[in-house]
Write a protein that binds this ligand. Sequence first.
Ligand code: PLP
Length: 404
Amino acid sequence: MSKIGASARSQSSAGPEGGADRFLPFTKPSLEPSDIAAVVEVLQSGWITSGAKVKQLEKAFTEQTGAKHAVAVTSATAGMHLVLHALGVGPGDEVITPSLTWVSTVNLICLSGATPVFVDVDRHTLMTTAAIIEKAITPKTKMIIPVHYAGAPLDLDPIRALERAHGIPVIEDAAHALGSGYMNEAVGKSGTAIFSLQAIKNVTTAEGGVICTQDDAFAERLRRLRFHGLGADSFDRHTNSRLPNAEVLEPGYKYNLPDMNACLALGQLDRLQENNRKRAAFAKKYRDAFANIDAITPLGLPDYPHVHAWHIYIVRVEIDQLSIDRDEFMAALKELGIGTGLHFRAAHQHKYYRESLVGDYATLTNTNWNSDRLVTIPLFPDMTDADVDRVIAAVSAVTTKYAA
Ligand SMILES: Cc1ncc(COP(=O)(O)O)c(C=O)c1O
C-alpha cells in the first residue's frame, strides 16, 4: 500500500466496505433508508408510472426554485428535446451553445437538423457570457443554450438582455444547478431552465429531468408533448375516471417520468440545502489546500452575487508544470484509489463532430485550454473530512512525483 493510503487509513470513516485504500468515487448519491422506503411504497401501491408522486415532485420543484411551472420528464436530455421541438428548431436554424458542455445538447441540435454554433467560455468559470454570445448571433439564430457550470450560475441579466434585444429564446441548461442562486433568486425562477435528476446530480431519480418555465401555455404544451401529444395523461384518466379516449392534439413523445423514480427525489429535495452546505464546506477545504499546490488550479468563482450548489468539484491540471498529461494524472489518482470524472471534453473534439462540423474551433481558446486540463475530483455529501484529506494528499503526491 502506498504511503498516502497508509497515512489516511486511520482517519477514514469509510463504511464496512473498507478503509482508506477502498476506491473513493468522484460522486455518490446521498440516499437515506426513507428514500428507499418511498420507492418500495410506490412499488406496492398499484400505481408505479407517472402519477401523484410526479405531481408532488413538480410542486416541490416550484417551491425550491420559485418557478411558476415545473414539468418532470425522463431526463434533462428529454426535456431539451421537447423544448427544441416546441420552439420549432429545425433545418436551416443555428443554435448557439458552448462546446464545453455535455454532448446531449449538441446531439439534439444536430438531430433536429439545425447547426450548433459553438461559443467560447470564460477561462476560469467555464461559463459563456453575453458578450461572447452576441458575436455569434446571426439572422439564422433560433435559440441560445448557455450552461450553468458545476453548480455556479451564469451571469443571467446580460444574457436575458440579449434575449429581449434580439427576440431569441434563451434556454438555460441547469443540469448542474439545483440549489444554485443568481443575484437574489434561485436558478429556475425566471426564464426557462432544464434541470437534470440523473444519478450523479445533487438530487437524483436515477434518471430524470425537470423543465421550469413561467409561461402557462408553454408548460401546458410541454406536458402534452411529454405524453404522446395527448390532451390528458394516463394518470389523469385513471384518477378522474375518464374514458381512455383522450385525443392526440399534436404528435408527441413518451418522456413521462414514472412515480417510482419521482418519489426518490422528494426526501432528497428536503435535504438539498443541508447537503449543498456540506458540499460547500468540502469545496472550501479543497480550495484552501490547492492554494498551496501550483500545478492545480480550481475553477474561478463568479464575481457577481450567487449561491453555488457545488454539484461537482473541478480543477485544472497545469500540465505545463508536470511530466504527465491530464489523462495520466487521472490514472495516477486512480492507482491511489481516487476516482475522477471529466466535465467535459469539448464537444467539437469528439470524433463525430471533429469530422462532420465545419468551424474555426481554434478560436475557442479557453475551451481548448480547459478541455485538456479539466479533472473532476470527489465531492459528495456523504464523504468525510478524512476522505477530503485523502484526496488532497493524493493530488499533492502525484503533482510532486510528476513535477516537470
Ligand atoms: C451540462 C449538462 N447538460 C445536460 C445533461 C443531460 O442530463 P440528463 O442526463 O438528465 O439527460 C447533463 C448530464 O449530465 C449535463 O451535465
